[in-house]
Design a binder for this molecule. Sequence first.
Ligand code: IDP
Ligand code: MG
Length: 141
Amino acid sequence: MAVERTLSIIKPDAVAKNVIGKIISRFEDNGLKIAAARMQLLSQSEAEGFYAVHRERPFFGDLVKFMISGPVMIMALEGEDAILKNRALMGATDPRKAEPGTIRADFAESIDANAVHGSDAPETAAVEIAYFFPSLSVYSR
Ligand code: IDP
Ligand code: MG
């Protein structure tokens, strides 16, 4: 295992539910540190750029609309095996399919409003961290 960084976003639904602290505790309790953080209302073009890989998907418009519906908490998480560890803590994309005890099982309502984003691989983590925290250097290994 290696020390990695990954991008996490607490989405508008979870911010509105006032569970930022509870979600961050999951990260901290599992050995992930917050290397950078910013609370922000994304612009439409920022959200579109971030989710550009999903541009052709039928849900893209709704996803962007949801992501700009309220402020989000954007974080770079750092720790051993951070990328997969965060994905495991998050649970499946559809909260109804997420393992009990995961963030999405506990805090999310639907596949659209699913509480958190997390990078899915080292390549996407590097791109996503650079997108929101351009001055933060990314561990390559
Ligand atoms: P992930 O967030 O678990 O990595 P992705 O497949 O990368 O899931 O999709 C990005 C986001 O797009 C999801 O978190 C979810 O908010 C939204 N999304 C994915 N699939 C659907 C769908 O079938 N309907 C509506 N929204 C979806
Ligand atoms: Mg994804």
